[in-house]
Design a protein around this ligand. Structure first.
Ligand SMILES: NC(=O)c1ccc[n+]([C@@H]2O[C@H](COP(=O)([O-])OP(=O)(O)OC[C@H]3O[C@@H](n4cnc5c(N)ncnc54)[C@H](OP(=O)(O)O)[C@@H]3O)[C@@H](O)[C@H]2O)c1
Length: 278
């Protein structure tokens, strides 16, 4: 691990809670925070992967790691995590990272599928932030990173709830920042673009190969940029030059032109796979 941009702390003196740490960006965050000395609470659904990571981080960095199974589309799982939080008064970092895409058009997906995503991206992130903020405000020290997406800047046919939920996280982050920054709590909305993780392999059961072209970043690079931005007190972090350019262009071009581009290039590609509803 190179150039960790946050301060190293006395081992196990503070806890970082990272959701969706079994792979990808969450796993990279867990590794970085363990390297800085944080005890961890990590969540996910694939327990074998979480336990393997916990073993590695305990052995590598000598930090405590608690593994909690949490599928955020199941109320009991989220409540179990919220109960666990109540037993800790040293949670200094929350990374609301757990998330997934759908790749299905709005009417193509089931309503249950949409509600599951809303539950995981919006409800869980909101409840977890609400649970940890009081202790952070009380001791005037805390960090909350909400992992959104460049999708928060770009309406995304085929991923409507995804893009809408990521906008929610962006506005939530900025609004809470304005409310609590004077209490020593830092918030960041992290908006990655294409990142080499399991994310794209899971979408709609499709298998995408890992890509290596200039559009793609590695999760470690994303986390590195996030922590550097945190150090500079940036509230919104769009990691990588290409993603910054995409976001810059997307906010500058007129909406009508954006719709035209989507109609011209994206719609024909999607039309091939749309299942007509009866
Ligand atoms: N990869 C990209 O190109 C990209 C771009 C922009 C934003 N993001 C965002 O980055 C975040 C992390 O994604 P990633 O790229 O690292 O993908 P990933 O490798 O698929 O990791 C996603 C993590 O979230 C967990 N998760 C997924 N659905 C969950 C649910 N319903 N309840 C609880 N946990 C759940 C997964 O747990 P299990 O594996 O244990 O099930 C896994 O640990 C997501 O919020 C995603 O929207 C990713």
């Amino acid at each position: 691990m190179k150039n960790v941009p946050l301060k190293v702390i006395p081992k196990n003196s503070q806890i970082a809670l990272i959701t969706g740490a079994s792979s990808g960006i969450g796993k990279a965050f867990a590794t970085h925070f363990a390297g800085m000395g944080y005890a961890l609470i990590i969540t996910g659904r694939q327990m074998d992967k979480l336990h393997a990571l916990a073993l590695k981080l305990k052995a590598g960095f000598g930090v405590d790691v608690k593994v909690i199974k949490a599928d955020f589309s199941i109320d009991e799982d989220l409540n179990r995590l919220l109960n666990e939080i109540e037993t800790h008064d040293k949670i200094f970092v929350l990374v609301n990272n757990a998330g997934f895409g759908s790749g299905l058009e709005f009417c193509e997906n089931s309503l249950t599928g949409h509600l599951r995503m809303i539950q995981a991206h919006i409800v869980a992130s909101t409840e977890l932030a609400y649970a940890v903020l009081p202790q952070m405000i009380k001791r005037k020290n805390g960090i909350i990173i909400n992992v959104s997406s460049i999708g928060a800047y770009i309406p995304a046919p085929g991923n409507s709830i995804y893009s809408a939920s990521k906008i929610f996280l962006k506005n939530l982050t900025e609004s809470i920042h304005l409310e609590v920054h004077q209490h020593g709590v830092k918030l960041q909305c992290l908006c990655p673009g294409l990142t080499n993780t399991e994310f794209h392999n899971r979408i709609n059961g499709k298998k995408f190969g890992m890509k290596n072209d200039f559009l793609w970043m590695n999760p470690e690079e994303v986390v590195q940029d996030s922590l550097l931005a945190l150090q500079k007190d940036k509230i919104i972090c769009v990691p990588g030059l290409v993603n910054k350019m995409i976001v810059g262009i997307s906010v500058l071009i007129p909406r009508q032109m954006y719709y035209w581009i989507i109609e011209k290039f994206d719609k024909p590609a999607r039309a091939e796979k749309i299942t007509l509803m009866s």
